[in-house]
Design a protein around this ligand. Structure first.
Ligand code: FAD
Ligand code: SF4
Ligand code: SF4
Ligand code: SF4
Length: 378
């Protein structure tokens, strides 16, 4: 019989016991700060240990506790646990408050079809297509819209899949089972476990900061399934929302709109909702959405996606453009590929040194605001 590594009798006084999912339950779940990124489950199922799984609510749970090896990997890769942060900060030369970057630019996809449906300037989509068409990736993990405020992880294998995943146009004919769920967070990295057997596969992953953080921790530990992730495209993220039908009804009444009329939703300096029957978008300040903010987001400091190859946001760019922060050498390589091959445009008049300074100032200001919020909540 295997010895149970959690049993105290196996340890001398002051000897450190390996951590396990039980410690994640105590230190993360019980404090209500699990971001539901799925990193812990990605590893445990990719390694075919099968001790934990994602519950329908999004929270990971012990599906078969007897299988747990108490290896402590799920603990180490959780973005809410700060072990390994020192190693990552050194590797990515992290400098507060926004991390290291080599170039900032406001840009947009050259393809008018992408521009039309993109969240901001469509730069994320344009880069993914450039990577696929130039054989640098086999597929990308993105997320596809399936209902009001609801997306699902999506494994995009061709250009059409990637364009389909932009999906900012609101489709009320989505599956009825998804109506009633309102969550702007998508557990995309759980898709990784599906490709674990494919050592030769190369993927790009689009994710919010907590997701990219978890992938980088897995890469630091050199564990599956992160070995197939070649490129990380990080989205800025001030917060994510999760609510139910009752809260939806309250939100509609409070802000005088109907979810059924939403054409497009965007998160920039605040929440921007384009409605079918209105010329001007409805703008809702983040401070007015406190009651629907996910709890994990209250303690999160990472606005700009510190460890991504490139980070993208809408803040500090005019409508129809993406603020793009290129960080790593890999990020430079793929951005330049997309730019030089005409997938992306960088209008010179929007990229003067004055404009760039203004962009940086705004990004710093949002990052500090988010850090302060996290400090106050702790
Ligand atoms: C939940 C969330 C919060 C954000 N918060 C901010 C913010 O506070 N300030 C800010 O400036 N920018 C924020 N962003 C980023 C911004 O909304 C745009 O995603 C970014 O500017 C890229 O725009 P684009 O037109 O280049 O991307 P597009 O070309 O439209 O591509 C967007 C890509 O993101 C993927 N995607 C969409 N939603 C999600 C999701 N929930 N999780 C993972 N992938 C997803 C899509 O599949 C698509 O591949 C947020 C994004 C998300 C998803
Ligand atoms: S086997 Fe390892 S990764 Fe899986 S739940 Fe147990 S401690 Fe976590
Ligand atoms: S790794 Fe992600 S899903 Fe797992 S406990 Fe941590 S935050 Fe939650
Ligand atoms: S605010 Fe932080 S924890 Fe919340 S979704 Fe964004 S990156 Fe994840």
């Amino acid at each position: 019989m295997l010895r149970d590594l959690t049993e105290d009798r196996f340890y001398k006084e002051n000897e450190v016991k390996p951590k396990s999912f039980e410690d994640l339950i105590k230190e993360v779940h019980e404090k209500g700060i699990c971001g539901e990124c799925g990193g812990c489950v990605s590893f445990c199922s990719a390694a075919e240990i099968g001790a934990i799984d994602i519950s329908p609510s999004g929270l990971p749970y012990y599906s078969n506790k007897d299988n747990c090896l108490h290896c402590g990997i799920c603990y180490l890769i959780c973005p809410e646990i700060h072990e390994l942060d020192k190693e990552l900060n050194e590797k990515f030369n992290f400098k507060p408050p926004i991390g290291t970057w080599s170039k900032i630019v406001t840009a947009q996809a050259s393809d008018p079809q992408i521009q039309k449906f993109a969240t901001d300037g469509g730069v994320v989509t344009a880069i993914l297509i450039a990577l696929l068409e130039n054989n640098l990736i086999d597929a990308a993990i993105v997320s596809k819209k399936i209902g009001p405020f609801q997306r699902t992880p999506f494994f995009a294998k061709n250009k059409q899949d990637i364009i389909e995943a932009i999906g900012t146009n609101y489709n009320i004919e989505g599956p009825v089972s998804e109506l009633g769920k309102y969550n702007t967070f998508v557990p995309t990295i759980t898709e990784l476990k599906k490709v674990v057997g494919s050592d030769k596969m190369k993927l790009a992953v689009v994710g919010v900061p907590c997701q990219i953080h978890s992938i980088r921790k897995m890469q630091e530990l050199k564990i599956i399934p992160a070995h197939v992730v070649e490129y990380t495209l990080g989205l800025f993220c001030y917060e994510n929302f999760k609510f139910n039908d009752a809260v939806r009804a309250r939100t509609e009444e409070r802000f005088n709109f109907s979810f059924i009329d939403i054409e497009k939703m965007n998160i920039k300096e605040n929440l921007i909702i384009n409605l079918k029957n209105r010329d001007k978008p409805l703008t809702i300040e983040f401070s007015e959405m406190q009651d629907v903010m996910r709890n994990a987001c209250r303690v999160c400091e990472n606005f700009t996606n510190y460890y991504a190859d490139i980070s993208f946001g809408g803040v500090a760019s005019k409508q129809g453009f993406t603020t793009t922060l290129i960080r790593t050498k890999t990020g430079e390589k793929i951005y330049n590929l997309a730019l030089n091959k005409g997938y992306i445009e960088e209008p010179a008049e929007l990229n003067t040194s004055l404009e760039k300074s203004k962009m940086i100032a705004q990004i710093i200001s949002f990052s500090k605001k988010k850090s302060r919020r996290a400090e106050e909540y702790r």
